[in-house]
Design a protein around this ligand. Structure first.
Ligand code: AMP
Ligand code: MG
Length: 461
């Protein structure tokens, strides 16, 4: 039985200069690692009866499914604040879009599918490590209720890729509401391509913000989703690691799981990424960076506005609202973790006192919230908290028992490279139900032992 995916490709209907149409590069010997049948059902197709070999052929790029229009998207972006006028899908190919059973349009994209005109010095491939990492991280994020791209498939290629060493190759299939980024807008703006900018804006509004009457509404809508997204990241101790403008998606999903991680010990200055020398994307900096990225988004819309001065004034006013939006989302997210559904301004101090004590003592972020009653906190904190009549049910659904800890991911990757995918599958199974942990899986709540600790993460190339 083959697979019938009901593609409807709206991005491919945009002007040709938005992308390069090309097929994925076939691989030597595709082998299925994982396939997300539940997600496929949401996307509107039934994959359960399809043989693994067929799925492996389709989601390695060896066979292009009927109705797909494979293409690599072009974009630009600020990387660590440095402007790069030309990026693009250098190792990814969009197969096409589907409108799911929930009415939502989504992209199906292969990552690691071979070179494209945007590959620059890269080989267009991915190795197994980043593929397993993105699979686990994105599915865990989804299970935590945080907007994110999803994992549809992971396939080994039977080929080797050269990084610092020779490593097994793999292809990841990502599902996203779209791959339109701040950097997509920046690409057209920086070229003075007003027609392109207008077409992209119309497409983005129709697809993601149909209620928006124009660019200012688009900025405000995007900003509201970013404020919520970053507050939710903060509330689970998530550090993205590469919040470049090309990794900031307009629809407001977490995208590009590169050197990301959940913190074990809480400290606001935590950084994992090996390439983030100055801590630009440290945990505590994430809201300001999001604000900066939104400002780049607004700037990119200016060239298409008839009255540029008026647009600058209006957009500036809109963007200045971000800190207040974020602070409100932050308070809502953290108060919920304390069991408080309707926070008062005074709850901010309660949360901040808790966090500063956690930072001083190096408390485990996840485990402290998962059992706040038992947490060793300064005199009086528990009393102040109890006065707020915390709702245990709210706490149980906002404080995960388990998250994919970095050392567990590293262990799963090391085993996977050695041919044992069981630790990956186990980690995926446990972290896909973060709020409801079986007694038998309790070991997954343990922070790393000193010898297991991972201090650095690397980009997903
Ligand atoms: P990322 O760090 O994943 O956001 O990627 C930044 C840019 O580098 C994007 O344009 C990617 O397509 C490109 N890139 C990353 N890895 C590779 C690779 N192995 N081959 C080609 N291009 C790559
Ligand atoms: Mg990227």
């Amino acid at each position: 039985m083959s697979l019938d995916i009901p593609f409807d490709n709206s991005y491919a209907r945009l002007p040709e200069r938005f992308y390069t149409a090309l097929d994925p590069t076939p691989v030597a010997d595709p082998g299925l690692i994982a396939f997300n049948h539940d997600l496929a059902a949401t996307l509107g197709f039934d994959s359960r009866a399809v043989p693994d070999a067929t799925l492996a052929a389709l989601f390695s790029g060896n066979e292009v499914p009927g109705g797909a229009l494979p293409l690599a998207q072009v974009y630009a972006g600020h990387q660590f604040g440095q402007w790069n006028p030309q990026l693009g899908d250098g190792r990814a190919i969009l197969l096409g879009e589907v409108v799911g059973t929930d009415g939502t349009r989504r992209d199906i994209q292969l990552k690691g599918s071979g070179r494209t005109p945007y590959s620059r010095m890269g080989d267009g491939r991915a190795w197994l490590g980043p593929v397993l990492r993105e699979y686990v991280m994105s599915e865990a994020m989804h299970a935590l209720g945080i907007p994110t791209t999803r994992a549809l498939a992971a396939v080994t290629t039977g080929e080797r890729v050269l990084r610092e060493t020779v490593l097994p190759g793999a292809v990841f299939t990502r599902v996203a509401q779209s791959h339109i980024r701040v950097g997509t807008f920046q690409f057209f703006a920086s070229r003075g391509d007003i027609e392109g900018l207008k077409a992209l804006t119309a497409h983005t509004i129709a697809r993601h913000y149909p209620e928006a009457a124009g660019p200012r509404d688009l900025i405000e809508g995007m900003m509201a989703r970013q404020a919520r997204l970053i507050a939710l990241w903060m509330s689970v101790g998530f550090i993205h690691g590469v919040m470049n403008t090309d990794n900031c998606q307009i629809a407001g999903e977490t995208i590009d799981y590169g050197p990301c991680a959940f913190m074990d010990r809480y400290h606001p200055e935590t950084v994992f990424s090996s390439i983030d020398q100055f801590g630009r994307y440290a945990y505590v900096n994430q809201p300001q960076i999001a604000h900066w990225n939104i400002a780049q988004f607004a700037s990119a819309l200016i060239p298409m506005m008839e009255d540029a001065d008026a647009a600058v004034a209006a957009f500036t006013e809109a963007i200045n609202g971000f800190p207040a939006l974020y602070e409100a989302e932050w308070l809502r997210a953290f108060a919920a973790k304390l069991g408080i559904a309707e926070p008062l301004e005074g709850d901010r101090a309660l949360i901040e006192d808790l966090l500063s004590h956690m930072a001083e003592t190096g408390a485990d972020f996840t485990n402290t919230f998962a059992d706040l009653e038992a947490a060793d906190l300064p005199d009086g904190w528990h009393t102040r908290w109890q006065v707020r009549a915390p709702d245990p049910a709210l706490m149980a659904r906002t404080n995960p028992r388990v998250i994919p800890r970095l050392h567990r991911i590293e262990q799963a990757i090391t085993a996977g490279v050695a041919g044992d995918l069981a630790p990956f599958h186990e980690l995926l199974r446990v972290t896909a139900r973060p709020f409801d942990l079986a007694e038998a899986d309790r070991a997954y709540t343990a922070p790393p032992k000193p010898e297991e600790r991972v201090e650095r993460t690397f980009c997903g190339t």
